[in-house]
Design a protein around this ligand. Structure first.
Ligand SMILES: Nc1nc2c(ncn2[C@@H]2O[C@H](COP(=O)(O)OP(=O)(O)OP(=O)(O)O)[C@@H](O)[C@H]2O)c(=O)[nH]1
Ligand SMILES: [Mg+2]
Length: 322
């Protein structure tokens, strides 16, 4: 994917602090689309594919996404603002509660909900729980069946389970693969049909509302999700301490917060091998993000039980986003 202008940092602000946004042509459509669903169904992968750039991290580990993140797609006819959300699940700690609460708030603050389900498995209790939340809200819903590339040849039972869910609530249903891109043009079209005419909310070349720093932290966390296992991925939070740009290189200093000494040990690895692996993979990703050379230095710090404390959560960037 070719990087476009990444984030709001790249914009020059006028004296009033406002970005100048061009006026939309008549009949232009725009609006906010909430991507809602269980953990691991492919919500973030889908958003990246639709906007054509990686801004959200993805992984096979459930509960990858922790913040609401906007991804913006502007075409000649419409501006679609996708709101990626944490997967809705049964929370086991304060962090989980904040994540689920934010996903629920998103349902109420968007124009359309794209309810994403995993088309490689039958509709389950987790999906029905979310369906119940959605019917209690006024927001219109489209059911998106993802991962059709992973469906077995005989997927009749799976298909029927989602068709039944869609029919019982009179939701339109679209099938696609966020991985291969199959079905995505049709999805985009149905989403545009569900939007009302409206203005450009963001400059046409902007792809996310988040600062680059935030995405840098996420790219580091993504490598930890991919390279470590068991309790480590969920116990990690990243703080970007410093970003210093020189004409030749961008220096990034970041701290990885964990909850226990044992996790710190795993993250550093034998002779520093794990931290080195995380650092070099994350550095490559950050270089792609900013299209420039990066020097990345990582520190590991133990902050006991940060996931259980509202104060620590807020310090690390996890708060209820009203
Ligand atoms: N085969 C296949 N795999 C997919 C598809 N979409 C996503 N995946 C994989 O599913 C896993 C989860 O993807 P994510 O995009 O992180 O899922 P998510 O719904 O954002 O997960 P949370 O942030 O934890 O709620 C990753 O390993 C993806 O590569 C798809 O269309 N086909
Ligand atoms: Mg996600």
């Amino acid at each position: 994917m070719e990087p476009k202008l990444t984030s709001i940092d790249n914009y020059t602000f006028s004296y009033s602090g406002e970005v100048t946004i061009p006026q939309a042509p008549p009949e232009f459509k725009s609006g906010f689309i909430g991507i809602i669903g269980r953990p691991n169904v492919g919500k973030s992968t889908l958003m990246n594919q639709l906007i054509g750039q990686k801004i959200a991290i993805t992984s096979p580990v459930a509960q990858t996404t922790r913040n609401r993140l906007r991804g913006i797609l502007t075409t000649p006819e419409a501006q679609l603002i996708f709101v990626d959300t944490p997967g809705i699940h049964k929370p086991h700690h304060q962090l989980g509660e904040v994540l689920v609460q934010n996903a629920k708030i998103a349902i109420e603050s968007v124009d359309v909900v794209l309810f994403v389900v995993d088309g490689s498995a039958v509709c389950g209790a987790g999906d029905r729980f979310i369906a119940d939340l959605l019917i209690r809200s006024q927001t219109s819903v489209i059911l998106g069946v993802n991962k059709i590339d992973q469906q077995a040849a005989d997927s009749k039972v799976i298909d029927e389970s989602y068709e039944q869910l869609a029919q019982s609530h009179e939701w339109p249903i679209v099938k696609f693969s966020a991985k291969t891109g199959a079905g995505l043009p049709e999805l985009q079209q149905i989403l545009v049909e569900h939007l009302e005419t409206g203005p450009l909310y963001y400059p046409p070349d902007l792809v996310t509302d988040q600062p680059e720093r935030f995405i840098m932290g996420e790219l580091i966390r993504e490598q930890i999700l991919l390279l470590t296992r068991e309790e480590v991925p969920h116990s990690v939070a990243i703080a970007i301490d410093q970003v210093e740009e020189t004409p030749t290189i961008t220096r990034v200093l970041a701290t990885i917060h964990v909850e226990r000494d044992s996790q710190k040990g795993i993250l550093i690895g034998k002779g520093g091998s794990m931290l080195k692996a995380v650092g070099s993979a994350a550095r490559e990703q950050i270089q792609k993000l900013i299209s420039g050379k990066v020097y990345l230095e990582l520190f590991v710090k133990v902050q006991p039980k940060w996931r259980h404390s509202r104060v620590s959560l807020a310090e690390l960037g996890y708060r209820v986003e009203e």
